[in-house]
Design a protein around this ligand. Sequence first.
Ligand SMILES: Cc1cc2nc3c(=O)[nH]c(=O)nc-3n(C[C@H](O)[C@H](O)[C@H](O)COP(=O)(O)OP(=O)(O)OC[C@H]3O[C@@H](n4cnc5c(N)ncnc54)[C@H](O)[C@@H]3O)c2cc1C
Length: 479
Amino acid sequence: MNGRMTSAALQTLEARVAREIEMTAHPRTEWMVPRLHRGQPALDVLIVGAGQSGLATAFALMRDRVRNILLIDRAEEGREGPWVTYARMPTLRSPKDQTGPDLGLPALTFEAWYDAARGAGSFERLYLIPSGDWHDYLCWYRRVLGLPVRNGVAATAIAPGRLDDGGRCLLVTLSTGEVLAARKLVLATGQDGTGEWWMPDFVRALPADRRAHTCEMIDFERLRGRTVAVLGAGASAMDNACVALEHGARVHLFCRGPEPTLVQRYRWLTFAGFLKHIGDMPDEWRWRIMGTILRAREGFPADTYKRAIAFPDFTLHLGCGWTDARLEEGGLVIETARGPFRADYAICGTGIRHDMRLRPELAPFAGSIALWRDRYAPPAGEEDELLGAYPYLGPDYAFLERVPGEAPFLADIHLFGIGATLSFGASGSSINAMTTAVPKLVAGLTRGLFAGDLERHWKSLQDYDVKQVEIDWDRTVRG
Ligand SMILES: Cc1cc2nc3c(=O)[nH]c(=O)nc-3n(C[C@H](O)[C@H](O)[C@H](O)COP(=O)(O)OP(=O)(O)OC[C@H]3O[C@@H](n4cnc5c(N)ncnc54)[C@H](O)[C@@H]3O)c2cc1C
């Protein structure tokens, strides 16, 4: 298919998108009036993070006619999220038929875009979605929906503020020094949005050119002919092992447990009952079910494993965690459960750890945010320190106060990242759950905005005088 035909197909699709949005536009009445901060309109919603979660949230808000919104992302345009940066897999791991950002509009699905962009029937022939294509789809989605994004700016601080009429708002400081006033704030800041990409302290203490986390940009060319030790046996650890092998490195991957995760429990939870309602279930069930799933960690797909074992220079060590590491005679010596191991470079595929004190924008009030360990005491045998550090969110994805009355502004900060997973199951930072989780988040936002405007709505009802019928008083006998 040549470029002209492709762009004609895309134009047709874009017209279909516009038509589908129009056909599903009910209720059409505008209902938001900007509230002022220092004489200027405050944003109704500021979304931090313009990855897939932020974009889909913005689209859902705009469909609900909440359009005085802004997305910001610290990444440059086209570099948001992991897909073309540190996601080192050729295809997505999730099945191609998992819809998400489209929020139910057929013309906005990946399938519709892929067929228009790559030629009719392309989606049918596809096995898994190439990561670069998923990224291109998100870029198209942002453009075709006209989502208001500012790139290259980070949110660096959040503080409570007051609107000119005395109502609540948040003041968000940007890396540019500007301060934005917003009534609601959505943190769609991705996997590490409530903590950090974690690695053991003894690895972190190694010189920066000798170690990396899988989330970092790594110069794999430098690793040619070298011995690379990878800690962790999750999907990203294995992806990084593969890229190192493809660059001619010898790779030893160390799994701490006796076996890697072979059963992907995240697949199990993909049914409407769970996705829609786990967040409404009692704490003990959310803890038990999500704990079981989260503790299992994400295993590597079969294709990723095949990609690695195709190389004779790949060795998988099981039941072999690391206890220490040091630089010795120009090389790394890593102490493992089976004695010292010599390598040139270490990569940690050790995931994330939730600790909001580590996020500059959350740190000043992190201690005021309720965590699961503040709200729920698991029965003996089900304790888990890592799970206890997840934020315990309200039904609208907002942070709750650890001590009521201490930080009421938390009610306007809504978390739509991986930190929401213990409260709601797969939700933020998930393609799988987007079709159910985004509408729920957005209903929470609009509920808050509506509640904050009740006085105005009450007045508007009292002033409402649109007559349905003009009575012909000449034909009427009044008593
Ligand atoms: C390597 C990898 C592979 C994955 N593969 C799959 C898969 O195959 N299938 C699947 O369903 N899921 C997958 N996931 C899970 C999930 O779909 C992704 O993490 C996805 O990127 C989540 O989207 P998001 O919008 O929540 O976060 P992100 O895409 O990470 O976007 C967050 C954005 O927030 C910005 N940001 C963060 N902090 C600030 C700040 N303070 N100020 C301004 N901007 C900020 C970042 O720059 C980033 O662009 C994968 C995750 C990873 C890490």
